[in-house]
Design a protein. Structure first.
Lengths: 242, 106
């Protein structure tokens, strides 16, 4: 059976009640892995607390950090500092230089863009860089559910173009809820149906909610494991007689 | 001879602060379909409420099988009913009412 993942659940981590509610709801809706963005200075206690809530609900928890750098230098500094601390790193690209730097850096997992269609820099050049660096395009559903009228129409139109480009350059697409409360959560099949509105075919939509996010998590967990040396090189035994 | 039109039955779970009656639910669904697909699209969905149970926050709707994804996307886009935050989840889809009830044990 297909395992679904929501890499962008955004409850307030200070509100324990809301956290438990949203994690429980995610499980009920069919998700088995959730990513919750944490502040860069999140303590080990916070991470353990979230891990416990998720494991009690029967969900795998993924640590994630959302970076919003103003300049590409700032992005590089933050990546150097945080890459080994979090399982998933997402960069919200507010400017073209940041978008380009994020797309070509192998330490970035997800490229995210603001809802303002003029600030979405996912063009062919960006896709080519992202495809070489194995970065994915993240699409949050919450703004699409909340926006109305002209703004949503523009966003749909922009996303249609981005999906077309991503498919052409084999950039994986990750669909996340981006939900800040339980009323913005939907089942994976509902999100996949909604994604057909920007021409993401149903099978690709389902992959964007299962295979693609799970692949990122698997790859990063492998890299963060103490046995990882380099690509295809692992420590298989430790000790004096090795 | 004309072929019989195939239908799909959708089981819905309504999550909200208040209970939702049949009229409000259908108004919200029709308004979402019209907003996303316009009058031409809405004319293809053949949406019919089969059962709405406000007490248990669940409902069954019927639509044309060709318009299933349209209806599903429209239902997904509903975030408010009567100005109260609401989410509607499609928890099952089937070709017959009997098999839908059997599948969900309703």
């Amino acid at each position: 059976m297909r395992r679904f993942a929501d890499l962008h659940l955004r409850p307030s981590i200070r509100d324990l009640n809301q956290l438990e509610k949203m994690i429980g709801k995610s499980y009920e809706l069919g998700y088995r892995l959730v990513g919750i963005p944490l502040p860069p200075d999140a303590t080990q206690n916070t991470i353990s607390m979230l891990r416990k809530i998720c494991s009690d609900a029967g969900i795998d928890f993924v640590t994630r950090v959302d970076l919003t750098p103003k300049k590409s230098q700032e992005l590089l500094m933050e990546l150097r500092r945080l890459r080994r601390k979090f399982e998933v790193i997402s960069v919200t690209c507010d400017s073209k230089p940041v978008a380009r730097q994020a797309a070509k850096d192998r330490r970035v997992d997800l490229l995210s863009f603001p809802t303002d269609s003029r600030k979405r820099f996912f063009d062919q050049a960006e896709a080519e860089l992202a495809s070489q660096a194995l970065a994915s395009l993240e699409i949050d559903m919450a703004p699409l559910l909340l926006l109305r009228g002209e703004l949503r129409t523009r966003l749909f139109s922009r996303l249609r173009r981005e999906v077309e480009i991503a498919e052409k350059f084999n950039v994986p697409i990750v669909v996340s809820s981006g939900a800040t409360d339980e009323y913005l959560l939907r089942t994976p099949h509902d999100f996949a149906a909604f994604a057909t509105l920007f021409d993401l075919a149903k099978p690709l939509g389902l992959r964007a909610l299962s295979g693609n996010p799970l692949g990122i998590v698997k790859r990063n967990r492998e890299k963060l494991s103490p046995n990882y040396v380099a690509l295809d090189v692992r420590v298989i035994k430790r000790g004096k007689n090795c | 001879m004309l072929r019989r039109r195939r239908q799909r039955y959708l089981a819905l779970k309504i999550v909200g602060e208040e209970t939702v009656n049949k009229e409000d639910l259908m108004k919200a669904v029709w308004s979402a379909v019209l907003q996303l697909y316009g009058e031409y699209g809405a004319s293809q969905v053949n949406l019919v409420p089969i059962e709405v149970d406000p007490g248990r926050n669940r409902a069954i709707l019927r639509c044309s099988h060709k318009a299933l994804e349209m209806v599903r996307a429209s239902i997904t886009s509903i975030t408010k009913i009567n100005e109260k935050p609401t989410a509607i989840h499609v928890i099952g889809v089937s070709g017959t009412l009997k098999s839908l009830r059997k599948k969900l044990l309703w």
